[in-house]
Design a protein around this ligand. Structure first.
Ligand SMILES: C[S@@+](CC[C@H](N)C(=O)[O-])C[C@H]1O[C@@H](n2cnc3c(N)ncnc32)[C@H](O)[C@@H]1O
Length: 210
């Protein structure tokens, strides 16, 4: 079980990068949260970039962010949000849920947890029947970019970038955890010609069957 997350270099980098996101990514963040209501769990909230985009129908967000430097920034973002948000510094693996959530939000985080299959099974169990997982995650590509991802994952990328793994079949893991994907598509975070291993992104909704 992952007890702590301590990534000073990544925290510094991410706190800068997240203030400079292009509108194309913000648009996807907004879309990922549209129509949510009730109690929401957000996993690995980073600096709280999603917080401004929660609709007023959300009554409470529990945001988990175990990297303490990022959690400090997320708490500031929580104060400025228009819905009530609390930030916990537990890892998702350690977090003890009480009542089931109406929705779980994962954005750019399932690449970074040690055991995505285990975490997705845990998130499934934390949702009420009929509850939704909303995800915005970069995913494994095919063709030449697949090779780039495998090289990145075997070298410095995860060590420098907060345990980010680029060649994960996250949508397969979502299905294997028991979710039913109700709506999903692929998007490019950067233009497809940019040789980055994290460009191809899945955005979707998956339901815990009732
Ligand atoms: C790439 S950042 C994305 C942050 C945010 N979700 C966003 O969309 O901007 C990944 C985040 O996941 C967090 N994280 C990594 N391992 C985690 C774990 N085991 N439990 C919860 N969060 C974790 C990191 O601290 C980091 O803030």
């Amino acid at each position: 079980m992952t007890d702590t997350v301590d990534n000073p270099f990544f925290a510094r980098l991410w706190s800068r990068m997240s203030t400079r996101e292009p509108e194309s990514i913000r648009k996807l963040r907004r879309e990922n949260l549209v129509g949510l209501s009730g109690r929401v769990l957000e996993v690995g909230a980073g600096t709280g970039t999603n917080f401004a985009f929660y609709p007023a129908t959300v009554t409470q967000v529990v945001a988990i962010e175990p990297e303490r430097r990022l959690a400090v920034i997320a708490r500031q973002a929580a104060h400025e949000a228009s819905v009530p948000i609390t930030v916990s510094t537990d890892t998702v693996e350690k977090y003890q849920a009480g009542d089931p959530f109406d929705a779980v939000v994962c954005s750019l985080v399932l690449c970074s947890v040690d055991d995505p299959d285990g975490v997705l099974r845990q998130l499934f169990s934390m949702l009420r029947p009929g509850g939704e997982l909303r995800y915005l995650e970069h995913v494994a590509s095919t063709g030449p970019r697949e090779q780039l991802q495998k090289i990145a994952d075997a070298t410095l990328w995860p060590r420098l970038l907060g345990n980010c793994h680029t060649h994960r079949d996250t949508e397969r893991s979502i299905l294997d955890a028991g979710f039913e994907v109700s709506d999903a598509r692929r998007e490019w975070m950067m233009p497809a010609w940019v040789p980055l291993p994290v460009s191809e992104t899945a955005i979707g909704r998956a339901v815990r069957p009732g």
